[in-house]
Design a protein around this ligand. Structure first.
Ligand SMILES: *[C@@H]1O[C@H](CO)[C@@H](O)[C@H](O)[C@H]1NC(C)=O
Ligand SMILES: *[C@@H]1O[C@H](CO)[C@@H](O)[C@H](O)[C@H]1NC(C)=O
Ligand SMILES: *[C@@H]1O[C@H](CO)[C@@H](O)[C@H](O)[C@H]1NC(C)=O
Length: 444
């Protein structure tokens, strides 16, 4: 009798395990290698927790866990950039970051929608079991959100940088440009009037620029390869449940964030994924870096001060953040001499301020209710459990002038002016009456 009970329990628990595992499709076709450190960590951990993860990627995991399958490998369609990035090239693309994200890492990549590997999933989605969720990178190729629409499952996004303006726009995240640096700028609080002006213009110019460069093309790619009746991207983007974003308030600053932006900064560091093993070595005194978010977050985790020599993209902004926290020095790539380098090294090695700040900031960065990888897994499963509109902000369904209360402020100003002019008019009238009665009195 007892034995039967035990067997039934074991059988039930194994069923429970099967039912707890979701089937998740991760779509990460983009070329920058460092972004994949984050996506790989998420996909690997989802598989380790019993989910069935199918991945479309350019950099397949070399040591995949059970339940992790590469169903599309874009390696053969695109040239890897690993070890081919030289300084002159890196500095050249600094001026054209938006165009590069939109076109090279966006529209160009969206042509993959026509590849047989993707068409197979779109035309004949697996049913045994069916997908429960799609994860798409937030960078330049939002067209892949369309796959979630075709599969009729919720979509979440993952951003290996801070949330970009078009991700904010999709989720109803306020821009906060009064004190929060816009897209890859080094404008940091406190900002002067003109810095706030440029910061705000930069945000909106980049948002509109991205839409101009991508929307029409990616909409037609989705129509061509996915579904002729697919709604436009601006509608599909609003249905994205949430985004896992590689930021954290202790590093990037305090700002109001909408519940669908999930900060998981440093997620890759504590998830058995250590791309830079030497950073964590007990004798490491300083990390000299180009200022990529992945490597610097690793140094932050281990309390290692930085010397930053940023090149392009978010790197200058990243180094500014660390410098503001007193754990980094900034070297200009155009001014690298024996003198500047040795001065920076001597300063970091001999002034305890930097190491102390790095250790202090490390503790703050790690002080969270849940580790970033646990946070990412929790919210991924949340999106599946609660579905498409569970975190939808009312902001995405309103016009920008309503959200910013322009109509309300305009009404108040006009009302105030009407009252003001009425009072002036009445005083004027009263004054004239007084004057004319005085005249009258005199004449009498
Ligand atoms: C740098 O890379 C670019 C693009 O890959 C290439 O055209 C150029 O020749 C390279 N320059 C040097 C100095 O290696
Ligand atoms: C950094 O150092 C400066 C002066 O050494 C100090 O005024 C400032 O408060 C420090 N910033 C932080 C975030 O600790
Ligand atoms: C280069 O660095 C030195 C030392 O920090 C500094 O005095 C000099 O003004 C810098 N030159 C330029 C062109 O930035």
């Amino acid at each position: 009798m007892n034995l039967v009970k035990v067997i039934v329990l074991i059988l039930m628990s194994s069923f429970v395990n099967i039912n707890n595992g979701y089937r998740i499709l991760g779509i990460f076709p983009s070329r920058p290698r460092s972004h994949h450190i984050m996506f790989d960590a998420i996909c690997k951990e989802l598989a380790n927790r019993g989910h069935h993860v199918d991945v479309m990627t350019m950099y397949p995991n070399k040591n995949p866990p059970k339940n992790y399958n590469v169903i599309a490998n874009f390696e053969k369609y695109d040239e890897s950039v690993v070890n081919k990035f030289n300084i002159s090239f890196a500095m050249k693309i600094d001026g054209i970051v938006l165009r590069r994200i939109s076109e090279y890492h966006g529209n160009r990549i969206c042509e993959y929608l026509g590849l047989p590997e993707i068409q197979k999933i779109v035309k004949n989605p697996p049913t045994n079991p069916a997908y429960d969720l799609v994860i798409v990178e937030s960078f330049g190729a939002n067209c892949f959100i369309g796959i979630g629409h075709v599969l009729k499952v919720p979509v979440i996004m993952a951003s290996s940088t801070l949330d970009l303006p078009w991700l904010d726009n999709a989720l109803g995240q306020p821009a906060n440009t009064a004190f929060f640096p816009s897209f890859f700028t080094i404008n940091i609080h406190p900002m002067s009037f003109f810095t706030r002006l440029f910061n705000t213009l930069n945000y909106h110019i980049n948002l509109i620029g991205y839409q101009q460069l991508t929307k029409a093309i990616q909409n037609s790619q989705m129509k061509k390869y996915l579904d002729d009746n697919i709604p436009p991207l601006e509608e599909l983007e609003k249905n994205v449940v949430l985004a896992l974003v590689n930021s954290f308030h202790s590093l990037n600053g305090i700002r109001p964030i909408t519940p669908s932006i999930i900060e998981v900064g440093g997620l890759h560091v504590n998830s058995n994924f250590v791309p830079l093993p030497k950073v964590s070595h007990k004798n490491t005194k300083v990390f000299i870096t180009h200022g990529g978010l992945m490597g610097t977050q690793e140094a932050l985790t281990y309390g290692i001060p930085l010397i930053g020599i940023p090149l392009f993209g978010d790197q200058p902004a990243n180094i500014i953040y660390y410098s503001k926290l007193n754990m980094s020095l900034h070297l200009d790539i155009n001014n690298l001499t024996e003198d500047t380098i040795s001065h920076a090294l001597n300063e970091i090695l001999n002034n305890p301020k930097y190491k102390n700040a790095a250790v202090f900031q490390s503790a703050r960065f790690l002080d969270r209710p849940m580790s970033p990888i646990d946070t990412a897994i929790y919210w991924t499963e949340y999106a599946i459990r609660n579905g498409q509109n569970s975190l939808r902000s009312p902001v995405v369904d309103m016009s920008w002038w309503q959200v910013n209360l322009l109509d309300v402020y305009l009404f108040i100003i006009i009302l105030f002016l009407i009252i003001l002019f009425t009072i002036i008019f009445l005083f004027n009238m009263a004054w004239r009456i007084v004057l004319s009665t005085r005249k009258h009195d005199k004449n009498d």
